[in-house]
Design a protein around this ligand. Structure first.
Ligand SMILES: [Zn+2]
Length: 552
């Protein structure tokens, strides 16, 4: 009898069974500790860890990450599933950790889409010894451990009850932790929206589910016209049109020298013969609203994300009229507005004089544009999507030799800088945009013998710079301050363009004091490119009243 009891005790000690809750707690802690160096690296870069409050916030957010990970792990800790799903999870998390640590990427739905659309040769070119070491250390070894591990499951009823209980406790604890520092969380996540896309493995589980569900319920994009074509007047031009549309980022109108700002932030544009409109209002207060709205026929009053995503926009109409469209992006993306035209992601090019490890300055948008233009005949529109004045790290938006106003705020934690330092950094971004736009205009001038050239610049939204203690942008539109909604907007037209299109620029200059909005962009661009279609509304075309000939 005593022999059999001691044998049983020995046997239990060897097998070391783990309950499902202990298993989930242990695995989630393992994920937090070993797969999230990018996440914590960013947190330490954003939070002042030398202050007590900073330390408490970091501890709080670490616990929240652990609890959220525990919730997800707990839900998928099921008999049979564990030994198949967890090795996949570990190996994927190992790859994700490698790409985040090495390339600073964050994981979102479009990234999953890119991965799904990547072919083998591209995957092969990403392989290297470091990736293999990550996969062995963080993927294969923990997977082997899991496969060998003995997890004890209770009855179906007791397992379900245990999951409900512990998930509820973890969820309430998360809420309590977040509520205890709600102000800090609110300002932190407003400034660092991307941080959740660094939480491994939550980021790729969420992005994967998001990709799977949106792919299954793919939105059908409907055309908004079927009649777009170049007008007979446009066809009769002796030269094709070369049109640049610069989509600005976070530039606010009242910080432009040409709009009467006390500082000379636009010395070069002031020398160009631009037609400047100082009273222009944006459609939204953040990129994800303003950019799709600018290119949509809906206008501010009818705009919604789902409506805009389910129908074609300005660039489709132009493309249907036979005009070549190229979107060059130095921002996060074109927000769906260029999905059916040529797109070039310029922000990760490795051009030493224009790019650093993290990003490229906006001049990259003009890189080898000569060759691009030469490769396609006929009229064309090139959209240049700037990084512009995107904050809070304004000081990173321009090269060091373009730092004009000093001293500048050199941190993305604006609350640690004086108001003057924040404004100096922001104004330097506007001065750099002035330099960039001037270069774009000068480049267009070199094409005047081949093309009638024109340029429009319009920012997506403005920015708060400490007025009423508000910073950045993205306030709900109805309560957003004017600083977030008033955007710079101007036209530059070459003499040949004006002549070919019978435009009276004096008339245009007389109209510049009128109030306009981003709703005018769609129709003004169609008019400027002589695109004839039923969706064109002449009343919203800013140039129409100053065009002598009746083109339609
Ligand atoms: Zn924006």
């Amino acid at each position: 009898m005593s022999v059999s009891i001691s044998a049983k005790i020995q046997n239990e000690a060897v097998v070391q069974q783990l309950g499902t809750t202990q298993f989930s707690l242990f695995v989630s802690l393992f994920f937090v500790a070993f797969y999230n160096s990018s996440f914590f690296g960013s947190i330490f870069g954003m939070v002042d860890y030398t202050s007590l409050k900073g330390v408490i916030f970091i501890a709080n957010i670490s616990l929240v990450l652990w609890l959220f990970t525990f919730i997800i792990i707990s839900l998928i800790t099921l008999p049979y599933v564990v030994k198949i799903l967890f090795p996949i999870l570990f190996i994927t998390a190992a790859c994700v950790a490698y790409f985040m640590d090495t390339y600073g990427v964050v994981i979102h739905r479009l990234m999953i889409q890119n991965v799904m659309e990547t072919d083998f040769s591209e995957t092969e070119s990403l392989m290297n010894i470091h990736l293999i070491l990550y996969v062995i250390a963080l993927g294969v070894l923990p997977s082997l451990l899991i496969v060998k591990m003995n997890i004890s499951y209770g009855s179906v009823k007791s397992e379900c009850w245990r999951k409900v209980k512990f998930v509820a406790i973890a969820f309430i604890a998360c809420l309590a932790l977040i509520m205890s520092m709600s102000m800090d969380y609110a300002s932190f996540f407003r400034n660092h929206k991307n941080i959740r896309q660094m939480a491994n493995p939550l980021n790729f589980i969420y992005a994967g589910l998001s990709y799977a569900t949106t792919t299954n319920s793919a939105i059908e994009v409907k055309p908004i016209e079927n009649d777009a074509r170049l007008s007979p007047f446009g066809k009769a031009h002796t030269k094709p049109t070369l049109f640049i549309l610069v989509v600005g980022e976070t530039a606010r109108a009242d910080h432009f020298g040409v709009n009467g700002y006390a500082r000379n932030t636009t010395p070069l544009l002031a020398q160009q013969n631009i037609i400047n409109f100082p009273n222009v209002i944006s459609c939204g207060t953040e990129t994800a609203v303003s950019v799709p709205c600018m290119f949509s026929v809906l206008g501010h009053n009818n705009y919604s994300d789902s409506k805009a995503k389910s129908q074609e926009g300005l660039l489709d109409v132009i493309h249907h009229a036979g005009i070549d469209v190229l979107w060059r992006d130095n921002n996060s993306s074109c927000k769906g507005t260029c999905n059916r035209v040529t797109y070039e992601d310029m922000q990760h090019l490795q051009i030493p004089e224009l790019c650093n490890k993290r990003e490229c300055f906006d001049e990259v948008l003009l890189h080898s544009l000569d060759e691009k233009v030469a490769s396609v005949s006929g009229s064309k529109i090139i959209v240049l999507h700037q990084k512009g004045s995107h904050g809070p790290d304004y000081f990173d938006r321009y090269p060091q030799n373009k730092e004009f106003f000093t001293p500048v705020c050199k941190t993305n934690q604006l609350q640690h800088c004086t108001k003057e330092e924040v404004i100096n950094a922001f104004d330097n971004t506007i001065r750099y945009t002035d330099y960039f736009l001037n270069r774009a205009i000068e480049w267009l001038k070199t094409k005047n013998s081949q093309y009638d050239t024109a340029l429009i610049y319009l920012s997506d939204h403005g920015e708060s710079l400490g007025e009423n203690n508000l910073y950045l942008h993205g306030m709900p539109y109805s309560i957003a301050p004017k600083e977030q909604k008033q955007v710079p907007f101007f036209l530059w037209l070459s003499k040949d363009y004006e002549k070919a299109n019978s435009i009276n620029s004096d008339c245009l200059k007389n109209n510049t004091a009128n109030s306009y909005s981003q709703d005018n962009l769609f129709h003004t661009v169609l008019g400027m490119l002589n695109v004839q279609t039923q969706v064109y509304k002449p009343v919203l075309d800013i140039i129409k009243p100053c065009r002598a000939n009746p083109i339609r």
